[in-house]
Design a protein around this ligand. Structure first.
Ligand SMILES: Nc1ncnc2c1ncn2[C@@H]1O[C@H](COP(=O)(O)OP(=O)(O)OP(=O)(O)O)[C@@H](O)[C@H]1O
Length: 327
């Protein structure tokens, strides 16, 4: 006797990783999309007329995000103006290929695409940065620059919100990483479904409760066109440990991912813990808790031939800059 779909009783062809329910393909699509719709509605992520930039890397998460955002926008008449926004970090043999995927997605989903590059914004490609700094700290440059690049690209297209494909697994990993680092400020922020302070655009994560395994399953069954190669410069060992830990725990407790997110959401910070105060960078005007933002510091280091200048904790960076007399 074939296994029956838990929703409609027809023949099941898959087991949902999140609930362990046996399902047919159509009921899985419906359940997956409806959970994302519920997340969007419960968190009031959008208002009609919003111009929303979808951070599109060509990878599985953002490709599924673009597809589902468009489908839900049509189905529920959110009345959103959707754009694809890609950041070209200048990584030969990786981003150039994935951008080709995003260009195909632009045509497949009939969504306008804007591409901004590190080279235009900062005068440096990641290829050139890696030549200077090597593989060890290059993810710091890439992450800090991408954050601003997405904001700047969204502002260029007059978008008022950004959505990214960060999923439940990503968020659970970030909670664990911030606990291990004792980074209280980030720990408080990292489970928020919308982030972004004054001076930067609101950034939302509609996949906050969506399991990575289900995103892969959805992309596979829908035959979506996405790029699946890992970044050639990304050893990212620390996140790798958090990921491996969560995967291990998940084997004995399948709800571990959601449980970690809920734990992160419920944490409260003691009143006497000092938190960074947000201001603006005195050089570029971008939001920053220091007088000069991290992107400007990293750029200063690169341009002065001291690429390690902006790496590390703010007080150590300040000390090095004082010694060298940088303003
Ligand atoms: N180059 C980029 N241009 C635009 N958006 C990006 C880019 N890189 C990352 N993002 C956004 O940030 C999210 C998380 O990025 P991350 O690097 O963690 O990749 P990921 O989890 O592999 O996601 P994806 O499968 O979409 O590449 C992506 O889903 C996407 O929305």
């Amino acid at each position: 006797m074939p296994v029956q779909c838990a929703a409609c009783g027809k023949k099941a062809i898959l087991k949902r990783p999140k609930t362990a329910d046996a399902m047919c393909r159509e009921c899985f699509y419906w359940a997956f999309e409806e959970e994302i719709h519920k997340t969007i509605i419960d968190a009031k992520l959008f208002t009609p007329g919003d111009k929303v930039a979808i951070g599109a890397s060509g990878g599985k998460d953002s490709t599924v995000l673009a597809y589902v955002m468009k489908a839900l926008n049509d189905r529920y008449n959110y009345r959103l103006d959707l754009y694809l926004l890609s950041v070209d970090e200048g990584i030969t043999g990786y981003r150039d290929d994935s951008l080709e995927t995003v260009k195909r997605n632009r045509d497949q989903y009939c969504l306008p695409l804007k591409i901004v590059s590190y080279e235009d914004l900062y005068g440096w490609t990641m290829d050139a940065i890696v030549k200077e700094i090597g593989l060890k700290n290059n993810c710091t440059f890439c992450g800090v620059f991408r954050r601003q690049a997405l904001d700047r690209g969204a502002m260029l297209t007059e978008c008022n919100k950004i959505v990214t494909g960060h999923n439940a697994d990503d968020i659970a990993e970030t909670v664990i990483m911030n606990i291990l680092r004792g980074d209280i400020a980030r720990l408080r922020r990292c489970t928020a479904i919308t982030t972004g302070q004054e001076g930067s655009l609101p950034r939302c994560k509609p996949f906050k409760y969506t399991y990575e395994k289900e995103i892969v399953m959805y992309a596979y069954f829908k035959k979506l066109d996405y790029f699946s190669t890992e970044c050639i410069y990304s050893p990212n060992a620390y996140r790798g440990y958090a990921r491996a830990f969560i995967k291990d725990v998940e084997k004995v407790r399948p709800s571990a991912i959601i449980d970690i997110i809920h734990s992160g959401e419920s944490l409260s910070i003691k009143k006497d813990v000092k938190m960074p105060v947000q201001g603006t960078c005195t050089r570029c005007g971008y939001v920053s808790s220091q007088d000069v933002c991290k992107a400007c510091l990293l750029l200063e280091g690169l341009n002065k031939g001291m690429p390690k200048l902006g790496i590390g904790k703010p007080h150590k960076v300040r000390k090095v800059r004082d010694i060298h007399g940088y303003v």
